[in-house]
Design a protein around this ligand. Structure first.
Ligand SMILES: Cc1cc2nc3c(=O)[nH]c(=O)nc-3n(C[C@H](O)[C@H](O)[C@H](O)COP(=O)(O)OP(=O)(O)OC[C@H]3O[C@@H](n4cnc5c(N)ncnc54)[C@H](O)[C@@H]3O)c2cc1C
Length: 420
């Protein structure tokens, strides 16, 4: 890791691992992210505030404010040994407040949905903006990279349809097809992010339809995201494997633990962190063994394991190292397994990403490791930066471990200067 990057990691991990520094930082970021700030507190207009936040935080977690900066960042990571980059557009998260308000309305028993006229007026422009931003994001990554999309980012009309599990409006279907076709033609894969359960069944329907259309040549162009913290995820995956088997497409399985624990109905989620960890490892390792439920089992009447590509998106060191070692051993032993790749967020758990890269053996190409980042102006990325800070606050143990590892590396390099 270059020294500049290491020093920024030291600054961020020092703040993240110390609640007396992190809490005021969180409050400050939250304050700045509110719309309508004056010139002095506007991060895109005040050059001094912009420079401080840019160097201290933005560059740690985000790819760039322009196409040129983003492409340069993608290249920097590839030069460090990463197989590719997963890119998202920060503006997609700007609808988060709306998605949350929709869920809340539903929980409070207030009439669902929004007046038809209101939906129609806002809808066309929302989808157009989403399509434009997503196509621009897709054009910043190249062959072998991945575009990540968030369907509720397409706004009010689309979110309403997803929540009701209705067919997507035609304008959105056309936009989605145009984006996916343009990516598939350039060998750029696409991930559909998982969101709260309020929208997720609708998102699954869209993902299955798109995987069935695009994942046709024994490989996944489109990945759906599955959240291991949900008690019904294994069943959901088995249902999607059934569809993949019947319809002859490759299931793109991106596995995460799940990011909506604070807002989701708690009873849907495993009772303890340990249960979520066990579920995550059981799903990933069963897929790597090609044995999940009745698929690939040795029992009489078992069904053949369908074509499946796995993407393990996690910062959990134990999960990724165990998966990679199992995959390597099965490949060496000539046993059946599935293609697997790994992803961590830009600026988070670099130690996990680099440990994975070090799993490379002389006789193979090494694990496929991706960094996932977002691009957009500093103002557009503030909500994303705030979310990363909250995630660090909630992952106390991990951030303390990371801080220790970054400090040790800084100290090693510092001593190296004097002993060289
Ligand atoms: C590249 C990438 C893409 C991602 N995309 C998505 C996405 O599309 N949708 C999405 O929802 N998330 C997504 N995430 C976030 C992910 O779901 C996790 O919130 C985050 O990565 C932390 O989990 P972990 O596996 O990295 O690490 P860990 O620190 O080992 O696990 C933390 C996670 O464990 C679970 N957990 C914590 N406490 C409990 C408890 N008491 N009971 C039950 N479970 C508990 C929660 O899911 C929590 O986030 C993504 C993450 C990455 C790295």
């Amino acid at each position: 890791m270059p020294t500049g990057m290491l020093l920024r990691s030291l600054l961020v991990s020092t703040i993240s691992s110390n609640r007396f520094l992190l809490i005021p930082t969180l409050s400050f970021l939250s304050f700045l992210s509110k719309p309508g700030r004056s010139f002095l507190l506007n991060v895109d207009r005040n050059p001094i505030l912009h420079a401080i936040l840019r160097k201290g935080f933005y560059d740690q977690f985000c790819a760039g404010e322009s196409e040129r900066e983003t492409k340069a960042c993608v290249q920097r990571f590839k030069d460090l040994g990463f197989r590719g980059f997963i890119l998202t557009y920060a503006k997609e998260t700007l609808f988060d407040h709306y998605a949350k308000a929709m869920e809340k309305k539903n929980q409070d028993g207030v009439a669902q949905g929004v007046a038809a006229v209101e939906v129609k007026d806002a809808f066309d422009q929302d989808v157009e903006n989403w399509k434009k931003g997503t196509l621009a994001t897709g054009s910043m990554v190249g062959e072998g990279d991945i575009l990540a999309i968030k369907l509720t980012g397409a706004g009010i009309g689309v979110s309403t349809a997803l929540a009701a599990r209705e067919e997507l409006p035609k304008r959105m279907k056309d936009a989605l097809n145009e984006i996916l076709e343009s990516c598939a033609n350039r060998n750029v894969r696409v991930i559909i992010d998982a969101e709260s359960q309020y929208f997720q069944k609708g998102i699954d329907d869209v993902a299955i339809e798109m995987m069935s259309k695009f994942n046709r040549n024994g490989t996944a162009v489109i990945y759906n995201t599955y959240q291991a913290y949900l008690k019904n995820t294994t069943n959901n995956i088995l249902g999607h494997m059934e569809r993949a088997s019947k319809e002859g497409f490759t299931l793109g399985l991106k596995l995460v633990r799940g990011a909506y624990i604070l807002s989701e109905t708690r009873s849907l989620i495993h009772d303890t962190k340990e249960d979520t960890d066990n579920a995550y490892n059981a799903i990933s390792q069963s897929a790597l063994r090609q044995e999940l439920g009745e698929f690939g089992s040795k029992a009489a009447g078992a069904r053949p394991f369908p074509s499946l590509n796995l993407l393990l998106a996690t910062h959990n060191r134990a999960s990724v190292i165990a998966a990679q070692r199992l995959h390597f051993q099965r490949t060496v032993d000539g046993l059946p397994t599935v293609p697997v790749a790994y992803a961590q967020l830009h600026g988070m758990s670099d130690e996990v990403s680099f440990s994975l890269l070090q799993e490379k053996k002389p006789e193979d190409d090494g694990p496929e490791v991706y960094k996932c980042s977002t691009w957009g102006t500093l103002g557009e990325c503030l909500a994303y930066l705030l979310r990363r800070a909250v995630e660090n606050r909630d992952a106390v143990l991990r951030t303390k471990d990371e801080h220790r590892a970054v400090k040790a590396e800084c100290w090693r390099r510092f001593k190296g200067v004097f002993t060289a």
